[in-house]
Ligand binder design. Structure first.
Ligand SMILES: O=C(O)c1ccc(O)c(O)c1
Ligand SMILES: [Mg+2]
Length: 658
């Protein structure tokens, strides 16, 4: 379907907005009146600019407080409307949005409203213009979409139809099924927005917290299904008022908007061109970039103690990994990358130390360097979690889906002997590699689980193109130990990209989000959203933490253990300096709430439970931006111990603040 977006949805001047909207692939725009009024471009210039960019002007909006007014006000309103018709002729727009009156002058009389709208439609018809009447959720007398439709029916003018806006309908809790009773050709326009579920004044909610479909809590796709059943054939148009998007990078927001519409089209069965999601079946690896130089001054000191042998970040991480039971099983044939393993948990240490994830993402050709893509200076410290390997049953299919949802595909320089990996950049700059770890290794370097007879879909033997990435690290021995695999990773998101990232991971990887949580931090607030595959094989947590106005860049890798009590006891004995100390008050409270064994306190283990099971976990000290968590899920526990995060944050802050 035709895809449009209201200019109010993105940041910038009108000219900047039009360019970014066109670049993101939209067909048309709604020109929001304030954007035009503040623009130095004449209406003719706006028209020409839009035409040059291949954009239609699908709607001009809004005309406010028009209908059901006393006679003396009506004359002025009609005069105002005539001026707007003239403006629309210059713009080349033929659809005007009239939103339901909020004026104290307004009279609660549907017949009068219909009479006035009929008059307006009659005048509009002389200019070849049509009127779309929309119920604002806070309209003084008309606030429900079916009420607006009754008024349109009463008016009975061919140039008058209704405009449906998903926010106004869903925010009031109206049942969208009623849309199916409206003839499709009387729905003149469809505006789409999602929003987080908030209990607040609806006008404030609408003006500040709307987001793109798929980023909030509304069933926008369900609503669109009703609109399509009604026979609507006009554009799908995004109209999003959002305080964060107003400040964010224009091009990036426009692209995020387009990704949202593509995913929405897919959800309602209108996007056969988008390859289906390939749900990842686990983590193949997590890659840390580390600097071999002295620890950088700007990064947080490890909490707890000076810790460990060696004095580079790399040495500190190696020490930490070894203490957790990992062993270095190989070095990359061509790059300064070490592979550390323990059963199915794999960590890559990339000691180039120069490449941070955001820099890498900004250098992707498909996404020209955007200021917003670069992380603030303070987050550019090594070590950082720069890349994730995701196990995919069909890596090429994973990459194809990502590409069709506008993910930048990363070029990969590959040596003659190396495995090729499909890789994309996530909005936060994290590189995502789609892997099949159990593929045969490259010729001469069999992988750990070699299947010499295996052929891929193209009928090729396990050749270099299709070889497993682990083959690049040479022959390896399995490493036994308490850690079985990566349970989840927690990535910090820049504030401006939180909703974008959530939609990205959900759309591209097919992960299901849990509701966002807000958790207290001694110096701020942590906003957190967990997402997981249905079977829990891939779990990610997206966090934004702002403390004293500054982004807190901590990331972590959670490792699953079979028997955390025993593992914790071993660590307590051997390397207590590597564990985050937990305050006694935590255990006083925990023991008041739950009947837990005293060894939790003794071992510094944290505890949580949900309706499915129980959770034990502990945290390590932080090196650079990164720390580890050891976890054990008992029964079918599905959470992440989020209730304990405030305690962790308090201890971590105490460590960095000395
Ligand atoms: O907030 C508003 O005033 C406003 C204006 C026009 C719209 O289409 C809308 O949904 C809201
Ligand atoms: Mg609207």
């Amino acid at each position: 379907m035709r895809k449009s977006i209201a200019t109010v949805s993105v940041s910038g001047t009108l000219a900047e907005k039009l360019h970014a909207i066109a670049a993101a692939g939209f067909d048309g725009v709604e020109i929001f009146e304030n954007d035009l009024i503040a623009s130095p471009l004449s209406p003719e210039e706006v028209r020409a600019r839009a035409a040059d960019l291949g954009l239609g002007i699908d709607l001009y909006q809004p005309l406010r407080d028009f209908e059901a007014v006393p006679a003396e006000v009506l004359a002025g309103n009609l005069r105002r409307a005539e001026r707007k018709f003239d403006l629309m002729r210059r713009l080349g727009a033929d659809l005007l949005l009239v939103c339901s009156s909020v004026s104290p002058d307004g009279i609660g009389d549907d017949d009068l409203a219909a009479e006035h709208l009929h008059l307006l439609a009659d005048r509009a018809a002389r200019h070849g213009i049509r009127i779309a009447y929309e119920a604002l959720a806070w309209g003084r007398h008309v606030s429900d979409y079916l009420h607006a439709w009754r008024v349109v029916q009463l008016a009975g003018h061919p140039n008058l139809g209704t405009c449906l806006d998903s926010f106004h309908i869903l925010s009031r809790g109206s049942d969208p099924i009623g849309i199916e009773a409206i003839p499709g050709d009387k729905i003149f326009f469809l505006q789409l927005a999602d929003a987080p579920r908030l209990a607040m004044d609806v006008l404030q909610w609408s003006r500040h917290y709307r987001c793109f479909p798929g980023q909030g809590g509304f069933d926008v796709a369900g609503l669109v299904t009703h609109v399509l059943k009604a026979g609507y054939q006009g554009p799908l148009s995004l109209e999003v008022f959002n305080d964060v998007f107003r400040q964010a990078d224009t091009g990036r927001t426009a692209k995020d908007a387009m990704r949202s519409l593509l995913a929405l089209e897919e959800a309602v069965g209108l996007a056969p061109q988008i390859p289906p999601p390939v749900i990842p079946t686990g983590f193949a690896f997590a890659e840390l970039t580390v600097s071999e130089s002295e620890p950088t001054g700007s990064e947080p000191e490890p909490t707890g103690s000076e810790s460990g042998p060696g004095d580079t970040d790399g040495d500190r991480l190696r020490d930490l990994l070894a203490a957790l039971g990992f062993a270095r099983t190989g070095r990359h044939a061509a790059k300064p990358v070490e592979l550390w393993e323990q059963r199915d948990a794999r960590i890559l240490l990339n000691t180039t130390g120069t490449e941070s994830a955001p820099e890498r993402a900004a250098s992707v050709p498909q996404s020209p360097p955007e200021p917003a893509a670069a992380a603030p200076e303070s987050t550019r410290v090594a070590p950082a979690l720069a890349a994730l390997g995701l196990e995919s049953p069909d890596p090429a299919g994973s990459a194809a889906r990502a590409r069709s949802l506008l993910a930048p595909v990363l070029p990969r320089e590959r040596g003659p002997d190396e495995a090729a990996l499909d890789a994309i950049a996530a909005p936060d700059g994290t590189r995502l590699f789609f892997c099949r770890t159990d593929r045969p290794g490259p010729l001469g370097h069999p992988g750990l689980s070699d299947h010499p007879g295996q052929r891929d879909q193209a009928g090729l033997p396990g050749d270099v193109r299709r070889a497993s990435w682990v083959g690049d690290f040479g022959p390896r021995e399995p490493v036994a130990g308490p850690v079985s695999h990566i349970d989840h990773v927690a990535l910090t998101q820049p504030l401006h990209h939180f909703d974008e990232a959530a939609l990205f991971y959900r759309g591209v990887l097919g992960l299901r989000p849990l509701p966002s949580l807000e958790l207290p931090d001694p110096y701020g607030l942590l906003r957190s959203k967990a997402m997981a595959s249905d079977d829990g094989a891939v779990r990610m947590v997206l966090n934004i933490a702002r403390v004293g106005g500054q982004h807190v860049p901590w990331q972590h890798i959670a490792l699953a253990c079979d028997d955390l009590v025993t593992t914790a006891r071993g660590l307590r004995d051997a390397r207590p300096d590597l564990l985050l100390p937990i305050p006694a008050n935590y255990y006083d409270d925990l023991e008041a709430r739950h009947d837990v064994p005293p060894e939790l306190r003794e071992l510094g283990l944290l505890y949580d439970r949900d309706e499915h099971g129980e959770f034990l976990h502990l945290y390590t000290i932080t090196v650079g931006r990164v720390f580890f968590e050891l976890v054990q899920r008992l029964g079918g526990y599905r959470g992440y111990g989020a209730g304990n995060a405030p305690v962790r944050l308090a201890v971590q802050h105490a460590g960095t603040r000395g």
